[in-house]
Design a protein around this ligand. Structure first.
Ligand SMILES: Nc1ncnc2c1ncn2[C@@H]1O[C@H](COP(=O)(O)OP(=O)(O)OP(=O)(O)O)[C@@H](O)[C@H]1O
Length: 269
């Protein structure tokens, strides 16, 4: 089963330019650490404009997959294409252009603790754009408004914010460059149910008004019910199933069954 390490694309549609239907395609991707294989021959397609919820048992590799797509964890085999470009074939300039079109909200927010909220939002702008300080301040102010934070949050440090405000500030940073695609790693974890519901509706609104594609790792059944167009389930080192919530409730895989039809799921009804 183990193929030799290669960066040869596994499908012909890679590098043929922008795909009208899919913003992200993963083909035959294998990732491991030492002798431990986490993902094997994994395939995934994310459709343009959808909110895709990614679930799976703890330790199945949801964060590893997201980090692999982002290029932070190396893959052993397979191909990943974003916006129609094979990432492993892109040169540094092309790679930077692709990265400009995605935003990331890491678990726990991952804001720089010594920078103010405004400076955090401006980090991607400094990295990718050449703008005057005044224009960057105006853009940061717009992003604060977009995510529902008050303007006086701009000069606060992350340690001075509530958990919900940290998530919003991290989302503002993820949206700094007006991305087409955002990756969210457990965006509602640690929020109370009201804060989580408010964050969900913010994501849904941004997705529909900005035409964003959202790739969201989550354990939150409420988010899956309220904002996801499709759900992908990770298990057995691959995507076990992908489809609507209705598809999931009809699936007979034991893990999917207990997740979507178990006691906790039924309590929602
Ligand atoms: N850098 C690394 N080195 C070695 N093993 C790693 C590394 N990163 C992740 N792993 C292992 O990969 C597996 C998958 O981890 P991952 O964090 O992706 O799980 P997850 O599905 O996101 O879990 P959770 O839902 O609990 O966050 C785990 O067994 C983890 O220990």
């Amino acid at each position: 089963m183990n193929q030799p390490a290669t960066d040869t694309p596994a499908m012909e549609t890679l590098d043929t330019g922008e795909d009208a239907d899919h913003v992200l395609s993963v083909r035959d991707v294998t990732v491991g650490f030492g002798s431990k294989i986490i993902l094997q021959d994994l395939d995934l397609d994310v459709r343009r404009g959808e909110v895709l919820g990614f679930v799976g048992g703890s330790g199945t590799g949801k964060s590893v997959l997201m980090r692999t797509i982002l290029g932070l964890t190396p893959k052993r085999t397979g191909a990943i294409s974003v916006f129609g470009h094979d990432l492993s074939r892109a040169n540094q300039k092309e790679r930077k252009a692709i990265e400009r079109r995605w935003g990331v909200l890491f678990q726990q927010g991952a804001l720089f603790s010594s920078l103010s909220v405004k400076q955090n939002i401006q980090v991607p702008m400094r990295e990718h754009l050449n703008l005057s300080p005044q224009l960057m301040d105006e853009l940061a102010s717009l992003k604060l408004e977009l995510v529902g934070l008050p303007q006086d949050a701009a000069d606060k440090l992350p340690s001075e914010l509530s958990g919900g405000m940290v998530k919003r500030a991290s989302l503002a940073r993820a949206l700094a460059l007006d991305p087409d695609l955002v990756f969210l790693d457990e965006p509602t974890s640690g929020l109370d149910p009201i804060g989580a519901a408010a964050f969900d509706s913010l994501i849904a609104n941004l997705s529909s008004t900005l035409g964003l594609t959202v790739y969201m790792v989550t354990h939150d059944l409420d988010s899956l019910h309220s904002i996801c167009d499709r759900i992908a389930v990770l298990g057995k080192k691959r995507v076990l199933a992908i489809g609507t919530l209705d598809d999931m409730t009809k699936n007979d895989d034991p893990w999917i069954k207990s997740y979507f039809r178990g006691e906790r799921a039924l309590r929602r009804i």
